[in-house]
Design a protein around this ligand. Structure first.
Ligand code: UD1
Ligand code: UDP
Length: 367
């Protein structure tokens, strides 16, 4: 009876491969899944490497949309996704997070009156200048099922008037973290980069505000230049091109304490997180993984959509302030107990259970 339903899953960017790896595995035991990759990320180290590391099934469609301005990228995805959904006629569309692939997937499905399940619904940082905030507000508005990684996400949705279909499942990234931790410890990435466990800082920077605004770039990369221990910096392609344009790339690449690398695969990156003395990041996913690894996290924004990490004392939001970044990297030593804020590591199963319950008795959301 489980294979009655057809679900089209829409992914396209690195964090979505990570999240889909968890849910797809469970979903495929109980439904027919058609996997659609929009092609938003396409470099091997941003896409293919994750399918290999995490044994994600080959996508049924790769729309190869690639990079572009927000409107153009989202618009091209929308057209192609609409045709794919018309051809496939699924019972439900599954979307993840808050990228342009999420937004296009939500719009395409809603216009065809196909119910949407949204994994990682509800986080907010309350700034409409952040592109992801726009994407998640729209995606949530169009969704039937809201799978929340935290109780804060549940509360945000309740405050916006959503009740039906809002479920605290926990974070699928915790499921994957727990499943992959032992395997990650077998990676030799520390030896390859010439760093020792517990004796380096890991940094990732990719948000447009931190790569495209010159003052912020100077503060952030100026701080990394002054850190007095090795810094491993797997740089997202967005950051590479902007650093090259403003003349920072060579400076950072030639600093003797900085190991500037390409983006790492999931297992090597997890090994780097587990071995880091501290983590500096503007990534939503890496903030949570720093918490899972119990490593101090220094976040390059004034606030976070994952306030549990801050409230429990494991994350400091220092924005792009050079002195605050350096001070936090040198002195922040969290030691508070952690709660089950991100669930129990079984989010994937809960999500699929809820989808099947809904599909057996769908509510008329687009009446
Ligand atoms: C996107 C998401 C962001 C997420 C991030 C994860 C949106 C609006 N943003 O940001 O929420 O945190 O993914 O990593 O959807 N590029 C390459 N190769 C690639 C992919 C990108 O060179 O495989 C370069 C291109 O120059 C491109 C730029 O990176 O223009 C930005 O890529 P894009 O997918 O538009 O946004 P991200 O910054 O990756
Ligand atoms: N990640 C990775 N290699 C890297 C940087 C990040 O595997 O070099 C993983 C990280 O472990 C997490 C995910 O990518 O699972 C987070 O994605 P990203 O930072 O691109 O996006 P965000 O979470 O900010 O949307």
């Amino acid at each position: 009876m489980g294979t009655r339903y057809k679900v089209v899953t829409i992914i396209g960017a690195r964090p979505q491969f990570v999240k889909a790896a968890v849910v797809s595995r469970v979903l495929r035991t109980r439904c027919q899944e058609v996997l659609v990759h929009t092609g938003q990320h396409y470099d091997h180290e941003m896409s293919g490497a994750f399918f290999e590391d995490l044994q994600i099934p080959e996508p049924d469609y790769n729309l190869a949309i690639g990079s572009g301005s927000h409107g153009r990228q989202t618009g091209e995805m929308l057209g192609r996704l609409e045709q794919t959904l018309i051809d496939e006629r699924p019972d439900m569309v599954l979307i993840y997070g808050d990228t342009n692939s999420t937004l296009a997937g939500a719009l395409a499905a809603a216009k065809l009156h196909i119910p949407i399940a949204h994994v990682e619904a509800g986080p907010r940082n309350f700034s409409m200048r952040v592109p992801e905030e726009v994407n998640r507000l729209v995606a949530d508005r169009l969704s039937a099922l809201f799978f929340c990684a935290t109780q804060t996400s549940v509360a945000n949705l309740h405050n916006e008037g959503y009740r039906d279909g809002v479920v605290f499942t926990g974070d699928v990234m915790l499921d994957l973290h727990l499943a992959m931790r032992e395997r990650a410890l077998e990676s030799d990435v520390l030896e390859r980069l010439g760093v020792e466990h517990g004796r380096y800082v890991l940094a990732t920077i990719h948000r447009p505000r931190n790569t495209d605004i010159d003052d912020r770039v100077h503060s952030i990369f100026g701080a990394l230049m002054e850190i007095d221990e090795p810094v491993v910096l797997p740089l997202h392609p967005r950051a590479v091109s902007h650093l090259q344009r403003v003349g920072w790339y060579e400076k950072v690449a030639s600093a003797s304490h900085i190991r500037l690398t390409k983006p790492q695969g999931y297992l090597d990156f997890l090994r780097l997180e587990l071995g880091a003395r501290a983590i500096v990041t503007d990534s939503g996913g890496v903030q949570r993984e720093a918490y899972f690894c119990q490593r101090p996290c220094v976040t390059l924004f004034p606030n976070t959509a994952w306030p549990e990490t801050v409230d429990e004392g494991w994350n400091l939001c220092v924005d792009a302030d050079k002195d605050r970044i350096l001070d936090a990297v040198r002195t922040f030593v969290p030691d508070s107990p952690q709660t089950a804020a991100f669930g129990d590591g079984h989010a994937g199963e809960k999500i699929v259970d809820e989808m099947l319950k809904y599909l057996a008795d769908p509510r008329p959301i687009y009446a």
